[in-house]
Design a protein around this ligand. Sequence first.
Ligand SMILES: Nc1ncnc2c1ncn2[C@@H]1O[C@H](COP(=O)(O)OP(=O)(O)OP(=O)(O)O)[C@@H](O)[C@H]1O
Length: 359
Amino acid sequence: MASPDVIKKIEEGYAKLQAAKDCNSLLKKHLTKKVVDELKGKKTKLGATLLDVIQSGVANLDSGVGLYAPDAESYTLFKPLFDPVIQEYHNGFAPTAKQPATDLGEGKTSQLPDLDPEGKYIQSTRVRCGRSLQGYPFNPCLTEANYTEMEAKVKGVFEQITEGELAGSYYPLKGMTKEVQNQLIADHFLFKEGDRFLQAANACRFWPTGRGIFHNKNKTFLVWVNEEDHLRIISMQNGGNVGAVLERLIKGVKTIEAKVPFSRDDRLGWLTFCPSNLGTTVRASVHIKLPKTSARPDFKKICDELKLQIRGIHGEHSESAGGVYDISNKARLGLTEFEAVKQMYDGVKHLIELEKKAA
Ligand SMILES: Nc1ncnc2c1ncn2[C@@H]1O[C@H](COP(=O)(O)OP(=O)(O)OP(=O)(O)O)[C@@H](O)[C@H]1O
């Protein structure tokens, strides 16, 4: 059972969300009194409570989603809260729905030719996916020793990637100079530090222990270690050649997967810390300039209808700069990896057509 102190904090969190008129998070919408009463006393085997699930969204009233799973069991134990959030975020993925089998798009990348061969709109393309190492919970339940052990484990895997385009080096955050770290962040290669949403979710403990980045020489294949998820596997390059970016990601995922087992749930697919990333865990994005289309008052609506998400130039919770937007697939659950990338591909293709027509 959760302690009386934790239960009190959950009730206070609920009251705070209800009183916050400007809060539009999925957490606020789906954390009803009934759900609170049903779940406030529960605890997972690793000791996670509803407070661990909701605390980031309670601290950050401007959250879009607002909840995280401290461990895999939370998705089941706190189902009455997670299920409606998952359903609303992932295009209606029902509590009875099941994630399809993995299809990264092997042999199909030629269906994704360069979206912008003349280089007029797209600055760069990136496809990332998340993975959790089997046998470890997510950030709030990890010990300092877990972080060190996990880092050593994946470092060992990186050291075996010695040939071809993927070969590179691992750079732990511990010992990295601020100058190098800030440059990697500014160039869109490395995760930010001090993310208030993750901090409030208790995801940044023992920082920078166990955190780091692997990348190849050209910084086109990268792996983030122990930021939001255990691993974030990333492929990126300048221009709009989505097929080439996906091809490299497939190669990378398969190489790593062959050496280390990941947690997958029969219903929810690949497991991640944030419910918005479940399933494929794929976010395929372009950095794109669409001056005419993005100035339209209905730009967000157009993107919503195309199942696209708009972010700023420095990622989630950042603003656009110089008219450049980060446009990606929104849903990651209830479709295959290839379909998630294709959703971004088709949507961005349509946006470019609109831009051309407006010229
Ligand atoms: N198409 C792209 N080209 C270049 N950089 C990109 C592209 N898409 C995203 N990035 C960069 O990747 C970094 C991480 O972005 P962001 O945190 O929004 O996304 P994410 O890695 O998908 O994770 P999350 O959704 O958990 O935040 C940022 O620096 C962002 O600018």
